[in-house]
Design a protein around this ligand. Structure first.
Ligand code: TYM
Length: 335
């Protein structure tokens, strides 16, 4: 039976990219009745320095974003990673299965160390994908909804599962399927259509944050970089127009229509017409989520309670899988 796992780092605020590429789809999977386990990956966040007070705040804020976008703690398991020690334990075993060379080949590691001395980054940053494989495989998850940027990490998860199964002559860990679907698997920066929208971009105008108010959202969309030409009538016409393509994809993902349908609807329109329509749609869809997030953030104790309860349920699923893994490896245990 299918089981879904996915995670979000509390290393900054939530962007429209996180929402459309991940969160919105997480809620859809839950509503389809699939077993869903969602995590705030605080242990991944500390692979780069995090101020402790900020980490605590951002962990609650990501939890609030999950809840505000429709994750129901009665139907999904929602928790923060560090409360379930099995993640760290399985990651250690995977550190001994995975090869150092696999880690150096990860584009995220290369990006995060670009222009810096890689030797001076944390060992955790290099081993990051091994912990990610542990997140998923600790629950024998079969499907992982993510944005396009996580594809390489999920291929590595499959490689680790396959090598473990091969080395120990077992058919124990599933070979997980990534789910990279919809119109917004790679939302781009509003300033540069060739760069991913990211919480770590120094320019706040490059992204829409889930905490932005309506005026800010409208202003950022109005000021988004575009070319001077009117919109074409087909997706083909967007080929060399990354900024235009990005805005169409955002519109499609927010409205739930296909990009084909959106471009046909706006055929021949100028950005002066399209941008206000997009801004209106974005505010209509995001304002209720922002309001709900703010409401949850009024009661941090309630968020912590939800995370604690989710962690207890996660532990119950993980325990027999971790115990069996240790047994396969040859470790003595009493459970
Ligand atoms: P993170 O925290 O960077 O992003 C969370 C999710 O948002 C997606 N995403 C985007 N989608 C579309 N357009 C964008 N511009 C955009 N930016 C981010 C990401 O693809 C992701 O799905 N390593 C993961 C967290 C993680 C994880 C896991 C995910 C840890 N363990 C296990 C799945 C399964 C990360 O850094 O995501």
């Amino acid at each position: 039976t299918p089981r879904i796992f996915s995670g979000i780092q509390p290393s900054g605020g939530m962007t429209l990219g996180n929402y459309l590429g991940a969160l919105k789809r997480f809620a859809e999977k839950q509503d389809e009745g699939i077993e869903t386990i969602y995590c705030v990956v605080d242990m991944h966040a500390i692979t780069v320095w995090q101020d402790p007070a900020k980490l605590r705040h951002q962990t609650r804020e990501i939890a609030a974003a999950y809840l505000a976008s429709g994750i129901d703690p009665a139907r999904s398991i929602l928790f923060n990673q560090s409360q379930v020690s099995g993640h760290a334990e399985l990651a250690w075993i995977f550190n001994c299965v995975a090869r150092i060379g696999w880690m150096y080949r990860m584009t995220q590691f290369k990006d995060k160390t670009a222009g810096k001395n890689a030797e001076n980054s944390s060992l955790g940053l290099l081993a990051y994908p091994s912990l990610m494989a542990a997140d998923i495989l600790l629950y024998h998850a079969t499907h992982v909804p993510v944005g396009e940027d996580q594809k390489q990490h999920l291929e590595l998860t499959r490689d680790i599962a396959a090598k473990f199964n091969h080395d120990y002559e077992q058919d124990f860990f599933p070979i997980t399927e990534p789910l990279i679907e919809g119109a917004a698997t790679r939302v781009m920066s509003l300033r540069d259509g060739t760069k991913k929208m990211s919480k770590s971009d120094p320019s706040d105008a490059s992204r829409i944050n889930l905490t932005d108010d309506a005026d800010t959202i409208a202003k950022k969309i109005r000021k988004a970089t575009t070319d001077p030409n009117p919109l074409p009538g087909t997706l083909d016409g967007l080929k060399d127009r990354p900024e235009a393509k990005n805005l169409i994809n955002i519109y499609a993902a927010l409205s739930g229509e296909s990009a084909e349908k959106v471009i046909a609807e706006f055929a021949g329109a100028q950005f002066g017409t399209f941008k206000p329509r997009l801004a209106e749609l974005a505010v209509e869809k995001l304002a209720p989520i922002t309001a709900e997030m703010n409401r949850y953030m009024q009661d941090p104790a309630e968020i912590d309670r939800i995370l604690g309860e989710g962690a207890a349920r996660a532990r119950a699923i993980a325990a027999p899988i971790l115990a069996r893994t240790k047994e396969i490896v040859g470790m003595i245990g009493s459970q």
